[in-house]
Write a protein that binds this ligand. Structure first.
Ligand SMILES: *Cc1c(COP(=O)(O)O)cnc(C)c1O
Length: 222
């Protein structure tokens, strides 16, 4: 088996049952994605629209594609016909556009709302209070082409694992609060997407059930 295939297999075995593994293939060439595919990988995450669309054309059709990066509303139309999950919805406008474009192709696209908990100023996402307000206002209930399946976050880029743990725990607590308040009857609201190559074990301990892992499978990005 290829090195990438072995790495994929190791990661998949290490991630506990009940936690979905998204193999983050961004910036890696199609041949490397095929190595992971040969080892059984069927869920891949990309962060650029053009790259995702180009790779999808060259790879087997049974791969589920997740969009994990920052998404501009004007690019939604390119992925709405096929994307399986959009992880980083960070504005009401983006959610509305996803709904509009999904309905235009008779779909309902699963989405996660991105929560900003990291210390860095530059990260995208709703603050917890913005998220509470957005869900309270309720306009999202009319966006029938976009289904809110949970929350996503990125922790601070730091070696301070106590800080990382505090951020993930904050998202876990917020998830439970929002589920009780707005999604008590909605079994689809169940995804907590956090954890990357360097912090996924912490994330899983803090309640993640979807990890997005790139480097540990595919190696360093060019
Ligand atoms: C690149 C990326 C990842 C994967 O990061 P690794 O450190 O390579 O595992 C996860 N999530 C998002 C949003 C990313 O952009």
């Amino acid at each position: 088996m290829s090195t990438i295939g072995r790495c994929f297999t190791d990661v998949r075995r290490a991630v506990p049952e009940g936690v979905q593994l998204v193999a983050v293939s961004k910036f890696h060439p199609v041949e490397h994605l095929l190595d992971a595919y040969a080892a059984g990988c069927r869920v891949m995450g990309e962060s650029r629209v053009q790259e995702l669309c180009a790779k999808r054309e060259q790879l087997p059709q049974d791969i589920e594609w997740h969009f994990i990066g920052h998404l501009q509303p004007n690019k939604v139309k390119y992925i709405a016909p096929f994307v399986s999950l959009i992880h980083a919805v960070d504005t009401p406008k983006l959610l509305a556009e996803i709904s509009r474009r999904a309905l235009a192709c008779a779909r309902c696209v699963p989405c996660l709302l991105q929560v900003h908990v990291a210390r860095e100023e530059t990260k995208f996402g709703f603050t917890p209070d913005e998220l509470r307000q957005f869900l309270d206002e309720g306009a999202w209930r009319q966006m029938e082409g976009a289904r809110i399946d949970g929350l996503m976050c990125m922790a601070s880029n730091t070696d301070d694992m106590a800080q990382v743990e505090a951020e993930f725990t904050q998202v876990r607590t917020l998830f439970d609060e929002l589920r009780a308040r707005h999604f008590a009857d909605a079994s689809h609201f169940r995804l907590r997407s956090y954890g990357m190559s360097h912090d996924w074990p912490v994330a899983v301990r803090c309640g993640s059930n979807m990890v997005r892992i790139g480097t540990a499978i595919f190696g360093q990005r060019a």
